[in-house]
Write a protein that binds this ligand. Structure first.
Ligand SMILES: NC(=O)c1ccc[n+]([C@@H]2O[C@H](COP(=O)([O-])OP(=O)(O)OC[C@H]3O[C@@H](n4cnc5c(N)ncnc54)[C@H](OP(=O)(O)O)[C@@H]3O)[C@@H](O)[C@H]2O)c1
Length: 364
């Protein structure tokens, strides 16, 4: 790789934005050349703007962004001229996010988004690179609609689904028909640390707004297909997923207690082998952020545990354990994924690497 691609982080001062700039330090393909946030932060040096609200623990503010002057995210022309593409992680009204991301695309600046606003736009691919890398084919239809030659929007799915969708994907050959997923989600998923959220200490909160619908529906778009006549992604209709999503006093790591029915009748050995053998395009291509082993199975009743397993493969791998038969469903298991690495910034960076490898993101 000769020249690195220039990238902007939109929403750079927020929790996910901070994770982006941290993960992008020393990235072999991408160099952060612009950071943008609300008008309130614009004009300040990045290091000053995040002082007192840096949420990456002991990891210091990276030197490569510390002295960058924050741009106004809504001044699209000013940001677009500094970058080849952007990552987006802003906290705004959904319609405003859609409009902002479309505007970047129309300024011929591809957007890899962490936000949910565009997840159900039919010609916007929602991608887990290990599962549906082929959905990027819909970008040509999106470019037609937007009237762009290089600009487009691609999104990653919600963090909650990453703890069980990879397992169901590895088990596709056994034809899963129904799944139940109860998630136990970390407070960083709400953009907070444990210190910022006294309400979660010693507590479990039984509701996360919008999360159950996302947990049930988003995997179906990921398992859908690009329909060349409709010029959009048509979602799959199975397996049917039902879920309950709870907030727990954990900083990073979404755990799931999941149950699944299959058309076939796999053995425990076959299910574990399918998890351990599963590998996707990112592993084949050797993308810089791709975990070597996407899914690990832990043969220990006390695992996976957030404390030991959340950082498996730098937070990009999925841990599964406690696979056993059930009285109502065929099988049940416990899963764990890192909600801000695999589930947010890390997943978006891996998606950008895929888009670059596929030729959708290039130097301007
Ligand atoms: N936290 C997670 O684990 C997680 C996981 C998946 C998805 N997400 C999604 O990622 C997005 C960001 O989440 P977060 O937790 O990082 O939020 P956050 O900590 O509240 O950060 C929000 C960012 O948006 C910027 N912003 C706010 N209003 C703006 C405006 N009018 N124009 C431009 N920028 C504006 C903020 O800039 P200022 O600092 O200047 O206000 C800040 O940089 C959200 O859509 C969230 O749903 C979060």
């Amino acid at each position: 790789m000769s020249e690195k691609l220039r990238v902007g982080v939109i929403g750079a001062t927020g929790m996910v934005g901070q994770r982006f700039v941290t993960l992008l330090e020393n990235h072999p393909w991408f160099q952060v050349t612009a950071v943008a946030a609300s008008k309130h932060s614009a004009g300040q040096k990045y290091g000053e703007a995040v002082e007192g609200r840096w949420k990456m623990g002991d990891t210091p503010v990276p030197a490569h962004v510390k002295d960058l002057t924050i741009l106004d995210a809504e001044d699209v022309a000013a940001v677009a001229k500094e970058v080849d593409f952007v990552f987006s992680a802003v906290h705004m009204d959904k319609e405003a996010i859609k409009k902002l991301e479309d505007e970047y695309a129309k300024h011929e600046t591809p957007v890899v988004s962490n936000n949910s606003a565009h997840r159900w736009t039919p010609d916007v691919p929602m991608v887990v690179p290990e599962i549906n890398p082929d959905h990027t084919e819909v970008i040509k239809y999106q470019r037609e609609r937007l009237g762009t030659t290089r600009g487009f929007v691609a999104v990653k799915p919600n963090c909650s689904i990453q703890s069980y969708t990879p397992a169901l994907q590895a088990w596709k050959k056994f034809e899963p028909t129904q799944a139940l997923a109860c998630t136990y989600q970390a407070i960083s998923g709400a953009g907070k640390t444990l210190e910022d959220a006294p309400e979660i200490q010693g507590n479990v909160i039984p509701y996360i707004e919008g999360e159950e619908k996302k947990s049930e529906d988003e995997p179906l778009k990921i398992w859908g297909h690009v329909d060349d006549e409709k010029k959009e992604i048509v979602p799959a209709d199975s397996p049917v997923i039902t879920s309950q999503c709870l907030r727990v006093p954990v900083l990073y790591g979404h755990t799931v207690a999941a149950f699944v029915n299959f058309k076939q009748n796999p053995t425990k050995e076959e299910l574990i082998k399918a998890l351990e053998d599963y590998s996707g395009v990112p592993q084949e291509l050797g993308l810089p952020s791709a975990p070597k082993q996407f899914i690990q199975y832990l043969d220990d009743d006390f695992r996976p545990q957030v404390r030991f397993d959340v950082n498996y493969e730098n937070g990009m791998g999925i841990s599964i354990g406690r696979l056993r038969t059930d009285k109502i469903f065929d099988w049940k298991f416990v899963g764990l994924s890192h909600n801000t690495a695999r589930g947010a910034a890390g997943g978006a960076i891996e998606l950008a690497e895929l888009l670059k490898a596929q030729g959708y993101i290039q130097a301007k």
